[in-house]
Design a protein around this ligand. Structure first.
Ligand code: MG
Length: 227
């Protein structure tokens, strides 16, 4: 079986952890720390506040721009990419990311080039180069809309796509015939997804089984939820 794996970037390869929360507190957009510091909790809280959408866009501009270097690689991503490198499975990164944030510096946001920031983060985490994790810079694509991202996935001929957003898989132009793999530790069941994973360790195991032709148990064969 000839494989080509497409990967989302934000919250799939790069994990922002409490960075949204820390930026919100640091930028005085949150008066007091929240009990849950993850992105979704911060977004929900900020958006419910006065001028919430505006504030949320400011935080996004900071996190995806100047502050991105504080974000970490999601646990298990390095091992997964090395597995692909070792087994010569082509990998492409296809991200829905505009070049500049909606909120510019004069609006309290940032003028940082978000594509450059993401590429810098990947370089710093050894994605590229001879001794790196085997990703080619030319195989990283940033698309301005979700639809263009779906088009790129089709154009690249991916056999599998891994994303943290189930909405991506139900995008009207998402190509048929691609195995849809949701990576999310927080979501439970999601519609239109072929497999649901909570960890990259399980994703690596899935592909190791696939390429190894390992006989999976009959029970396993019918399970699409690996969490
Ligand atoms: Mg994402």
């Amino acid at each position: 079986m000839k494989l080509k794996i497409g990967l989302d970037f934000d919250n799939t390869l790069i994990c922002y952890g409490s960075l949204f929360h820390d930026c919100a507190v640091g930028g005085n957009l949150l008066r007091a720390p929240l009990p849950a510091k993850d992105r979704d909790s911060v977004r929900e809280h900020i958006r419910a506040a006065v001028d919430g959408e505006n504030k949320w866009q400011q935080i996004q501009a900071w996190v995806y721009g100047d502050e991105i270097d504080k974000a970490e690689m999601c646990a298990g991503v390095g091992e997964f990419l090395l597995l692909c490198r070792q087994k010569k499975i082509p990998v492409v990164i296809i991200s829905h990311k505009t070049r500049f944030a909606a909120k510019k510096r004069e609006q309290g946001g940032s003028d940082a080039d978000l594509h450059q920031a993401a590429m810098r983060w990947m370089k710093n985490h050894y994605f590229f180069g001879e001794q790196g994790l085997g990703v080619a810079e030319k195989h990283v694509f940033f698309e301005a809309t979700r639809q263009q991202k779906a088009d790129r996935i089709a154009e690249q001929g991916c056999t599998h796509f891994i994303d943290d957003l189930p909405e991506m898989f139900v995008e009207s132009t998402f190509p048929g015939g691609i195995i849809k793999m949701l990576y999310s530790a927080t979501l439970r069941r999601a519609e239109g997804v072929d497999h649901h994973f909570c960890s990259w360790t399980d994703i690596s195991r899935f592909f190791r089984d696939l390429i190894g032709g390992a006989a999976r148990s009959a029970e396993r064969l019918h399970v699409d939820d690996y969490c």
